[in-house]
Design a binder for this molecule. Structure first.
Ligand code: SF4
Length: 459
């Protein structure tokens, strides 16, 4: 199955694609399926059960809030972040919820939404079970859903119990590995972006592709700008102060001095990544790229390219996004982009790899150099654990994005200095990442039971 630019980049809300974007979509999908089967009018009661890593870190990541909003019919790509707090407070105060904005029922979160931290559903650690009952207390429908990273959601039904697999029109350049991608580009004399564009245009119109990528770029830009001007303390109880606005002010007020500092560019890249991830931690609107936890890396590297090198206007932006999506799709197909499955190498590592390859492409690198940069971007994130303090996507996540953005640029520069020949292929490093994730102790996979999460005292 072809995964395109809108599978890897989705506009959503913070702080976590697995914990907020996925559950919101799952809750809405569950009720929509009841509507399709004419059961929606019969709903009298809804229960939501949350399992595994989703239960362990769900409160800190806003899963409870996302589920309430999803049951009300909100979607991550169009919800106004400014209404979230008020909407959820109303549900909690009145113990009533307006399902899909069409039917009000009683809903007491304390009783109707349960966390099962030690239990797992069969297919993934980020599991949710939705149950709907009629006015006699008889079960109308129960379905398990899994938030598998990057806002992707699958249900037991999707996994083959009773629904057919999604049929997709065949794309002209189908690839499942880095080697296949390289071979296709060589055979047809295409760049990665040209190949991806040809595949996309089988599925959507050129206008839809362009306007969709414009929306993604605009959402990334707006997110950076909001993060650069918003001060305060991040929610969740860690009392983490937002830093980006102060950094921005400092950088703007010292422009003459910056002329003497050849490394000042790093300050700007750090700033843009911090700005996005502070917005994400605050529950603001971000682009999952390919996850929310790692949402700052690609916008920071893309703005770096745009502000300092881009001579092609929006075409440069489009090629960057298309190339990054091609690389991200390889991780999604052959390993994982979920911190709960493979640790932070699956989030920050993948975003770093995508950004490194995409930057190399738009800086004029060959397809072999693009593959080399993507490989370097992951090779030096192998084994990166997921250990968010307090279950919040704040420490180490926010700074980790700044480090990932700078590493991506360095990976690109290394690849551009070479000729594309290298020892470890992208496919080998993706497989190594998958194996490393499988071997990693579960405590280092978004449970907040290991690493920094247990070695830093939270007062
Ligand atoms: S440590 Fe990495 S994988 Fe874990 S929540 Fe933070 S950004 Fe995501």
């Amino acid at each position: 199955m072809f995964l395109g630019v809108f599978d890897l980049f989705k506009i959503g809300i913070g702080p976590s694609s697995s914990h907020t974007v996925g559950p919101m979509i799952a809750a809405k999908n569950f009720l929509s399926s009841l509507e399709t089967n004419n059961l929606f009018p019969l709903i009298h009661k809804i229960n939501v059960d949350i399992y595994g890593a989703l239960a362990l870190t769900g409160k800190g990541h806003g899963t409870d809030i996302a589920l309430i909003l999803g049951l009300m019919g909100h979607a991550p790509d169009n919800i106004d972040p400014n209404i979230i707090a008020h909407t959820v407070a109303e549900v909690r105060a009145h113990k009533k919820i307006n399902l899909l904005s069409k039917k009000i029922i009683n809903f007491d979160e304390q009783k109707d939404m349960a966390l099962h931290m030690e239990a797992l559903l069969p297919h993934h650690t980020n599991g949710m079970s939705f149950s709907a009952y009629d006015d006699k207390g008889d079960l109308l429908c129960r379905e398990n859903y899994y938030s598998v990273g990057g806002g992707f959601v699958v249900s037991d039904a999707d996994l083959g119990r009773n629904t057919p697999a999604l049929v997709q029109a065949p794309v002209p350049y189908s690839f499942d590995s880095g080697d296949e991608l390289l071979a296709l580009c060589a055979r047809h004399k295409l760049t990665v972006a040209e190949l991806m564009r040809a595949n996309e245009l089988v599925l959507i119109s050129e206008q839809a592709l362009i306007s969709g990528m414009d929306n993604i770029w605009q959402a990334m830009e707006s997110c950076i700008d909001r993060g650069c001007t918003t001060r305060g303390i991040l929610p969740g109880g860690l009392k983490v102060a937002r830093r980006a606005a102060q950094h921005f002010e400092d950088l703007r007020s010292s422009q003459e001095r910056q002329l003497c500092d050849p490394t000042v560019i790093l300050d700007w890249i750090n700033l843009w990544a911090l700005a996005v991830n502070e917005e994400n931690a605050a529950g603001g609107q971000v682009v999952t790229a390919p996850t929310n936890g790692a949402a700052g890396i690609i916008p920071a590297v893309l703005r770096y390219f745009d502000r300092f090198y881009n001579r092609r206007g929006k075409d440069g932006i489009y090629d960057f996004l298309l190339t990054a999506a091609a690389i991200g799709s390889l991780y999604k197909k052959n390993a994982s982009i979920s911190g709960a499955e493979v640790g932070c190498q699956g989030e920050v590592g993948v975003a770093c790899s995508m950004a490194a390859g995409a930057l190399t492409a738009v800086m004029g690198g060959s397809v072999e150099q693009v593959e080399n940069a993507a490989e370097i971007g992951m090779e030096h994130n192998l084994g990166l654990t997921c250990d968010p303090i307090g279950g919040l996507v704040q420490v180490p996540c926010i700074e980790r994005n700044a480090m990932g953005a700078v590493k991506a640029i360095d990976a690109s520069r290394l690849a551009l200095r070479g000729d594309g020949k290298h020892m470890v292929s992208l496919d080998r490093v993706i497989e190594t990442m998958r194996q490393t994730g499988a071997d990693m102790k579960v405590t280092y996979k978004e449970t907040s039971k290991g690493g920094l999460a247990v070695n830093v005292v939270v007062c």
